[in-house]
Design a protein around this ligand. Structure first.
Ligand code: HEM
Length: 453
């Protein structure tokens, strides 16, 4: 048994004062270089175990003792142990099963009789955005955030409540703002600070924003529509069918809808923005992707079936997910009983911090990790493959539930946009490809030109 190494911690702050608040993933990665791939660090009152090695992380996340989420003050206050993402294990088990079943019914699994219907739903929303892009851009500089946000919102709306919400209901997605207040800031780690006026204000403004979002969601839920015209059932519809069971009440439905808007929109919007920026920066990659798309699709709309032959396109999407890891410090888990992995003892009550950034940027595994090279995801025959040390969705029973959704929505968008538009920078100066950390690593707002081909 090895005791966990780690830096020296101050009594109340722990190591918080030494982490760069703008890029904690970089500070934590430096510590992994010094202390090794598993180390202990105190974040205020929280005892965290950082894991920066893919094999060890997979072993840890495969254990039933690590299925829970840690108790963090702001998160507990906002999410109230309801919904799915931040629930403790009992409720989580039931709701995860329910959602997996919903996704299967909606066609969002690799093998489902409704798979074509789901793809059609995405393609229909994509067609609308492509029309807007064609009519609006004409080589005029735009912030692509507008298009990708509209695209992600429209799919989430139909999938969750069966119809697109009106403009004034859009604060539903204002959930992102709430999320960044909730996840960041010292209140999670030093809850006693809430007695100070500044933090009292932070807490009450987070609660106010949540209430506003929930108010809008209540309206959306009560106005929901039965199966969309594509024949894909929506979440509210399926949830209502279970309402005789005590867990399936209106309050839980609201929390679930909130969680899913949050986990659907932000990752898809952010990942697509990263891909567009990297394609605009690396023209030779963009040209190669387009060439492959034109060969495979012969100018028609690209479908998911085409992706079996779109190796370089898939590699480009994966390489972007590696070099700009969406969740650089992953989503934390908690340890319900002391476990021992690879000789390390991880104590009961610890918070597991999966340092996905360090895994994706490890020079011993990914040669020259700072370089954008889609080729690292291609084997000797030019076929796409995912190396073991690529883990954007984490792993284990609680891994990302939206992997299939994300892959369909992102692949179809990237392929059809690159096929129809040349994505260019405004001038020859390089884009800013550093991100802003807020649990999710978001690109800085930038303008691009989409030239219709
Ligand atoms: C590029 C896109 C995405 C990435 C990289 C991503 C990544 C992640 C990661 C790292 C986790 C934490 C897993 C864990 O705790 O072990 C997670 C959880 C989750 N994701 Fe995603 N995600 C993406 C898109 C989506 C989408 C589109 C949805 C759709 C609803 C979604 C739904 C969820 C849910 C519900 C959870 C919580 C799972 C649970 O607690 O059981 N994600 N995601």
């Amino acid at each position: 048994k090895k005791t966990l190494p780690g830096p020296w911690n101050l009594p109340i702050l722990g190591y918080l004062h030494k982490l760069d608040p703008k890029s904690p993933h970089l500070s934590l990665t430096k510590l992994a270089q010094k202390y090794g791939p598993v180390y202990n660090i105190k974040l205020g009152s929280i005892n965290a175990v950082v894991i920066a090695d893919v094999k060890i992380l997979k072993k840890v996340l495969a254990k039933d003792e690590t299925l829970g989420r840690p108790s963090l003050f702001m998160i507990d206050t906002v999410f109230e142990n309801k919904g799915l993402v931040f629930t403790s294990v009992d409720l989580w088990k039931d709701q995860r099963k329910f959602l997996a079943n919903f996704f299967k019914t909606a066609g969002i699994t690799k093998v489902s009789p409704n798979r074509k219907k789901w793809e059609m739903l995405v393609t229909n929303q994509l067609e609308k955005i492509l029309q807007v892009m064609k009519s609006q851009t004409h080589g005029v500089p735009v912030n692509p955030s507008e298009f990708v946000t509209q695209y992600a919102n429209s799919i989430a709306d139909v999938l969750l409540v069966g119809k697109q919400s009106s403009q004034e209901d859009k604060t539903v997605t204002g959930g992102e703002k709430v999320a960044s207040v909730t996840f960041r800031g010292p209140l999670n780690f030093m809850p006693f600070l809430r007695v100070l006026p500044y933090f009292k204000k932070t807490l009450s403004s987070a609660k106010q924003s949540v209430n506003k979002v929930r108010q809008n969601q209540r309206k959306l839920i009560t106005d929901y529509e039965k199966s969309s015209k594509d024949g894909v059932p929506n979440l509210v519809e399926m949830f209502q069918q279970q309402m005789s069971h005590p867990i399936y009440n209106f309050d839980q439905l609201q929390h679930l809808i909130y969680d899913l808007f949050m986990t659907f929109n932000e990752p898809i919007i952010t990942s697509l923005l990263w891909i567009l920026l990297f394609l605009a920066q690396y023209h030779e990659v963009q040209d190669k992707v387009r060439q492959e798309l034109l060969e495979v699709s012969r100018g028609e709309t690209v479908t998911m079936d085409d992706f079996a032959n779109l190796h370089y396109t898939r590699a480009t999407i994966a390489e972007t997910a590696r070099i700009r890891t969406l969740a650089p410090t992953g989503l934390p888990h908690s340890v319900s009983e002391t476990i021992c992995v690879e000789g390390f003892t991880i104590p009961k009550g610890a918070m597991i911090l999966p340092l996905l950034w360090a895994i994706h940027m490890d020079p011993n595994v990914h040669e020259k990790p700072e370089e954008f090279r889609p080729g690292r995801f291609l084997d000797d025959e030019g076929k796409f493959f995912e190396p073991e040390s690529f883990l954007p969705f984490q792993s284990g029973k609680r891994m990302c539930l939206g992997k299939e959704i994300a892959q369909t929505a992102m692949s179809l968008f990237v392929a059809n946009v690159v096929k129809d538009f040349k994505i260019e920078r405004l001038d020859s100066s390089a884009l800013d490809l550093t991100g802003v950390y807020g649990v999710v690593l978001v690109p800085k707002p930038q303008t691009l030109i989409f030239k219709k081909i």
